[in-house]
Design a protein around this ligand. Structure first.
Ligand code: MN
Length: 487
């Protein structure tokens, strides 16, 4: 599906036809120019001058599947009572771009005509009031439209809005239930469908096994070539890799048939399968599908959505789990990994395919998996939890490093990072907020993008940063709990 955004410019009829023609021409020029610097086209739609025009464009936006959001701006003054009916009906993400056509005030030329035409400073305030009065979730971005920093902010907002579009169509395929007795991976699937649009449903492991039996040797050969292209084969157990290819082809086929972009399974329900999908799940994630281990459908859907929000529509985001800590003074780090399934989009170097014994679960044979080190760099970890009656999204800023030791006997991919504000305070904050052991770790989706996503979806957002203290966080959580109960 092609994603586009609409540029809706506010004005009124007071200024005469000439001014409106100028506004329209400039708005078209700006949309075209901005589109060159943004990941998705910004399409000029209308210079709106009446209640009807605004209501009409909003109605059209609501029903156009390609339109992921509207960006509004007031070149001139646009009285905001005209916007009430339209904005009250708006169902798409909304960004108010407070900018101005001219960068400078022209000292000699400025007169009353100039002011009448170029009064965004004035018009955008009237426009901002009505969204505040209507309590409509929106993003306000202010700055000159030819500045790179402004393009970046518009770009990030667009990517968050694309995340919303992906979320509203998200279908998750579950094989088996959640891991027995685990609490944080549970949640209200009906509530999540109402709030986020996710359709989370189950399919029988037996049907997957049937599908695996239909996969041909030729199909496996073709996928083996893809594996060889992207990964180093560091095992003699080719049969194990071929078995993973069989699993991958079957899972992908079932997901594509049902329109699913994410899936879950559990090591406690592999009836009829020889290996827990490792390489299979990892390569599916590399293709942009979401995955969550132990039946964690929330992290699976979030991984698919955050991948879609990232670079090129399939960014460096991975299903992750906090495994163990390094608590040496001055070198405090979290070691993140999973039993098998870490997405190679976060790898520093070319991953290796290895096979090792996996004692947990119903594995009859040693599963093949990708082993690699995560790259260094700033990122975030994200957890979506069900608080009972509402969803809370927790985002923590992190700084990933090259793992400080080789860990030659660790048979899985690994990422090492320092959580903000520091390891132990960060852990205190994360645990206080109720964040899960499973997360989506991302290098190219920012906390601001996740805040935009949470605002658009009307869910609680908690951000743990370098400035967070447990005291402040505790108070924030207490107040938010009260506020969300009143909403
Ligand atoms: Mn896990």
């Amino acid at each position: 599906m092609e994603h586009v955004f609409w540029f809706v410019v506010g004005s009124q009829s007071l200024y005469g036809e000439d001014v409106l023609v100028t506004v329209e021409n400039r708005a078209k020029e700006m949309a075209e120019e901005l589109s060159k610097h943004l990941p998705y086209p910004l399409v000029y739609k209308v210079t709106a001058k009446s209640n009807q025009e605004i209501a009409d464009v909003v109605k059209e936006a609501n029903y156009d599947d390609r339109c992921c959001g509207i960006i509004t701006w007031c070149h001139t003054f646009s009285p905001s009572k005209m916007w009430i009916n339209g904005l009250a009906a708006l169902q798409k993400p909304y960004c108010h771009f407070a900018t101005q056509y001219n960068r400078e005030i022209p000292n000699e030329e400025i007169d009353m005509d100039f002011i009448n035409l170029n009064q965004a400073a004035h018009g955008d305030r009237e426009h901002g009031f009505i969204a505040a009065r209507l309590r409509i979730p929106r993003k306000v971005i202010a700055g000159y439209w030819q500045d790179e920093a402004v393009w970046k902010r518009l770009r990030d907002w667009m990517c968050a809005a694309v995340g919303v579009a992906v979320s509203k169509k998200m279908k998750v395929m579950r094989f088996g239930d959640n891991m027995r007795e685990v609490a944080v991976t549970e949640g209200d699937k009906v509530e999540v469908q109402i709030k986020l649009g996710w359709q989370v449903n189950t399919w029988a492991v037996g049907d997957l096994v049937k599908e695996m039996n239909l996969v041909t040797e030729d199909e496996i050969d073709a996928l083996m070539k893809v594996y060889e292209e992207h990964y180093d084969i560091a095992t003699d157990n080719i049969a194990a890799i071929r078995y993973q290819a069989r699993e991958e082809i079957a899972i992908k086929r079932m997901m594509d048939r049902e329109g699913c972009k994410a899936f879950t399974n559990t090591f406690q329900d592999l009836y009829g399968m020889e290996q827990l999908p490792g390489l299979a799940s990892q390569h599916l994630m590399a293709l942009g599908y979401g995955y969550g281990g132990e039946g964690d459908w929330k992290v699976s859907a979030m991984t698919a959505i955050m991948k879609a929000m990232g670079e090129g529509g399939n960014g460096a985001s991975a299903f992750m789990e906090d495994y163990t800590y390094h608590l040496v003074k001055g070198q405090e780090y979290s070691l993140g990994a999973h039993m098998l399934e870490v997405c190679p989009s976060v790898a520093a170097d070319r991953p290796r395919i290895e096979t090792h014994h996996l004692g947990i679960g119903m594995n009859e044979k040693d599963p093949a998996r990708l082993v690699f080190e995560g790259k260094a760099g700033k990122g975030i970890v994200v957890s979506l939890i069900d608080m009972g009656g509402r969803l809370r999204m927790i985002v923590q800023d992190i700084e990933a490093v090259k793992p400080i030791m080789p860990m030659p006997n660790l048979p899985v991919a690994r990422v090492m990072w320092r959580a903000m504000p520091d390891l132990t305070t960060g852990v205190e904050c994360w645990i206080t907020a109720g964040g899960a052991h499973h997360t989506t770790l991302s290098y190219d989706v920012s906390a601001e993008m996740m805040r935009d996503f949470a605002r658009m979806m009307d869910i609680e957002f908690v951000h743990i940063t370098k400035d967070t203290t447990p005291e402040k966080l505790e108070e924030e959580l207490f107040l938010k709990d009260l506020a969300w109960k009143l909403k």
